[in-house]
Design a binder for this molecule. Structure first.
Ligand code: OSB
Ligand code: MG
Length: 373
C-alpha cells in the first residue's frame, strides 16, 4: 500500500524553439504544471499537457491547475492505494472530464509506484519494446517553400516519418507538392477538426491520391458518424485523436467504423490506465494505435515512450527528440533520435530519466504545496 503524503504543483515556463501552428491556433511557449506526488518515501513527477488556450480541447493550463488544487489533490491526500490503477479510479469518480488535470496526477502515482517496486514504468504498463519508431509533427508554415525546407531539415536529422498539419486552403495542393518533392517519405496529415463532414467529404477524398499513412481527425470531436462516412469512401485510413476521450468513446468509434487507427495521448484520456485500456480494446479489434504528443517536456515524453512500448503501438509516435522542441530540456541527458528514426525507451527503475532540478529552479514561476492534514 502506498499513502499519498504530499502533492506539489509547480508551474514552469518553457519557450518553444519555434511557434507551433495548427488549424485552430498557435503556441510559442508552454506554461507547464508539474505534479509531484510523494508516497512511501518515493516521489513521482507528472506533466500536465494542457495548453494556454482551449483550442485543442476545452482544458487550459489554468483550468487544470484549478481542478488539481481544488478537487483532485484534496481527494487523494492521505489516500492509501495499492497501485496507480486504483488511484486513477478515485480521480475518475471525483472529477468528470478534465482529463489532462487527472492524467498529470495519475502519472505521478505510476512513477512513484514504479520507484517503490524498483521497476521501469514501461514494464509496469506491460511494454516490452526497447526502442520505438518515432516521427516528427510539423506545424502549418507561412509558405510551401518554408514547409519543404522544414521537412528536408527533419529528414536530414534522421526522422523517418513526417506528420503535417492541414487546414482549409492549405491541404490538397500543399500535400501534392510535398509528395512530389518527397515521393517515398512516410507521410500523414492532421486536420485538428478543421473540416465539416456535411460539406467536405468530396474535397478530402482527393487526398487518396497522395499515398498517406493516415488522415487524422478531419471533423469535429463528436462527429463519429461523419468520420465513418468518410472512411467508407476513402482508402486512406482515418485516425482519430480529439474524438477518443476514453475506452468507451473508443469502442463506439470502432463499432461505427469511424477509425481505422487510433492516436492515444495519455493527457487527452485521463492517464495511463485509460491509455492501456484503449490500447487493449484496439488490439482486441485488430486496430493499430500510436502515441500522439502535446509538445511535452522531457518528463511527459518519458511517459509517452513507456506507453509506446506496448505491442499494439504499430505506427511511429509523435515523440521527437528534445531538440525538436527546446533549446534546453528539463531532463539530463536530453532525448535524442536513434538509428532508423527510433527512440530508446527508458529502461531503469521509475521514469528512467534524470530531472534537472537545477534548471527547474531557474524556470519555475509558481509553486503550491499541499499536505495531508
Ligand atoms: O493534434 O497531435 C495534435 C500538438 C499540440 C496539440 C495537438 C497536437 C499536437 C501535435 C504535436 O501534433 C506533436 C508533438 O508533440 O510533437
Ligand atoms: Mg492530432
Amino acid at each position: 500500500m502506498l499513502i499519498v503524503e504530499r502533492i506539489v504543483l509547480e508551474t514552469i515556463r518553457m519557450r518553444l524553439k519555434e511557434p507551433f501552428r495548427i488549424s485552430s491556433g498557435v503556441q510559442d511557449e508552454r506554461r507547464i504544471v508539474l505534479v509531484r506526488l510523494q508516497a512511501d518515501g518515493a516521489e513521482g513527477i507528472g506533466e500536465c499537457v494542457a495548453g494556454e488556450s482551449p483550442n485543442y480541447s476545452y482544458e487550459t493550463i489554468d483550468t487544470a491547475l484549478y481542478v488539481l488544487q481544488r478537487h483532485l489533490a484534496p481527494a487523494v491526500l492521505g489516500l492509501e492505494f495499492p497501485t496507480a490503477r486504483e488511484l486513477a479510479e478515485v480521480l475518475k469518480h471525483t472529477v468528470k472530464g478534465h482529463p489532462m488535470a487527472r492524467a498529470a496526477l495519475e502519472m505521478a502515482a505510476w512513477h512513484a509506484e514504479a520507484l517503490v517496486r524498483d521497476a521501469p514504468l514501461a514494464r509496469l504498463l506491460g511494454g516490452r519494446a526497447e526502442q520505438v519508431p518515432v516521427g516528427v509533427s510539423i506545424g502549418l508554415q507561412p509558405s510551401i517553400d518554408d514547409l519543404l525546407a522544414r521537412i528536408q531539415d527533419f529528414v536530414d536529422q534522421g526522422y523517418a516519418r513526417v506528420k503535417l498539419k492541414i487546414t482549409r486552403g492549405h491541404d490538397i495542393e500543399m500535400i501534392r507538392q510535398v509528395r512530389d518533392a518527397f515521393p517515398e517519405l512516410p507521410l500523414q496529415v492532421d486536420a485538428n477538426t478543421a473540416y465539416d463532414s456535411e460539406t467536405d467529404i468530396d474535397h478530402l477524398r482527393r487526398l487518396d491520391a497522395c499515398g498517406l499513412l493516415m488522415i487524422e481527425q478531419p471533423f469535429g470531436d463528436d462527429d463519429l458518424i461523419g468520420h465513418a462516412k468518410l472512411q467508407q469512401v476513402m482508402e486512406t485510413p482515418i485516425c482519430l485523436d480529439e474524438s477518443i476521450t476514453s475506452v468507451g468513446s473508443c469502442r463506439s468509434a470502432l463499432r461505427l467504423g469511424a477509425a481505422s487507427i487510433v492516436n492515444i495521448k495519455p493527457g487527452r484520456v485521463g492517464g495511463l490506465a485509460e491509455s492501456v485500456a484503449i490500447h487493449d480494446a484496439c488490439a482486441a479489434e485488430g486496430v493499430p494505435v500510436w502515441c500522439g504528443g502535446m509538445l511535452e517536456s522531457g518528463i511527459g515524453r518519458a511517459y509517452n515512450l513507456a506507453l509506446a512500448s506496448l505491442p499494439d503501438f504499430r505506427y511511429p509516435g509523435d515523440i521527437s527528440a528534445s531538440d525538436r522542441y527546446w533549446q534546453r530540456d528539463v531532463v539530463d541527458p536530453p532525448f535524442t533520435l536513434g538509428a532508423g528514426g527510433t527512440m530508446a525507451v527508458p529502461g531503469t527503475a521509475g521514469l528512467g530519466v534524470h530531472v534537472d532540478e537545477d534548471y527547474l529552479d531557474t524556470i519555475r514561476v509558481d509553486q503550491v504545496i499541499l499536505e495531508r492534514r
